[in-house]
Write a protein that binds this ligand. Structure first.
Ligand code: ATP
Length: 236
């Protein structure tokens, strides 16, 4: 069976600035794969290129289907969910309205079940459904970002630094929830993170990105035990 995601020689950047250089990796069925890297390594750029938000060279296949040449909305329809960096919620809209935005592609009759599913994954959001997203705590906003991306039950969920700006305890809870969602629904996830310690608690495999190139690859435990990862990303 083909992997959920297969990336070959992905090269992308902004104008004349090349950020990603011939990056290649796969995400298997039911797998959580993490891309670790310092500030500016190209993590967000990788996810934007996969989602079709910026142009890129190389190939990107979702369940064997080539995505290059397709627009972002077409990629989303094919099963790519993107939980963007920095609380990508609409602050003036309520929690419920934000989730409905995530479900815009669904036939109208499927929206109630999708909402129930989202509140089932993050029960903390249910009592807040009529609150403006801008008035949620950082952790709640991050949960909403993930829940919104899951409204259409994507085959692959792209997660951009979900730990950003969250207290350690809230980060741990969010990652435990991501691990549970993956275990229960087998939703494949591609996670980019600076917080290697928490990312490696749930990642099956991972890659280290430096200056737009993958310099190290391993299973979660291999990376957690690797001396250079421990020095650079785990502060050991
Ligand atoms: P961070 O954790 O800081 O977000 P990152 O690994 O996600 O780091 P990217 O956001 O992918 O890094 O950025 C990689 C490089 O691309 C950086 O040098 C950054 O300055 C540059 N860059 C990012 N976005 C743009 C943009 N819209 N226009 C021009 N350059 C950009």
């Amino acid at each position: 069976m083909s992997p959920v995601l297969e990336v070959h020689e992905l090269t992308a950047g902004y104008g004349s600035l090349t950020v990603l250089r011939e990056v290649g990796f796969t995400v298997g069925e039911g797998e959580i794969v993490v891309i670790l890297g310092a500030n500016g390594a190209g993590k967000t750029t990788t996810l934007r290129a996969l989602s079709g938000l910026i142009p890129a060279a190389g190939s990107v296949a979702l369940h064997g289907e080539e995505l290059q040449g397709r627009r972002a909305d077409a990629r989303a329809r094919l099963g790519l969910g993107h939980a963007p960096e920095g609380r990508g919620t609409f602050g003036d809209l309520t929690v419920d309205e934000n989730l409905r935005m995530g479900g815009l592609r669904l036939p109208r009759r499927e929206v109630p079940a999708a909402l129930d599913h989202a509140y089932g994954l993050f029960p903390q959001l249910a009592p807040l459904r009529d609150r403006a997203a801008g008035r949620l705590s950082g952790g709640e906003q991050q949960m909403l970002t993930v829940a919104r991306a899951l409204m259409t039950r994507p085959r692959l969920l792209l997660l951009d630094e979900p730990s950003m700006g969250l207290a350690p305890q809230v980060t741990a809870e969010l990652f435990a929830e991501l691990g549970r969602i993956n275990a229960e629904s087998r939703t494949a996830m591609l996670l980019v993170e600076q917080n290697a310690a928490v990312a490696l608690t749930i990642a099956h495999r991972g890659h280290v990105l430096e200056s737009g190139r993958i310099v190290l690859t391993g299973t979660g435990p291999e990376l957690a035990g690797n001396a250079s990862v421990r020095r650079a990303y785990l502060g050991v």
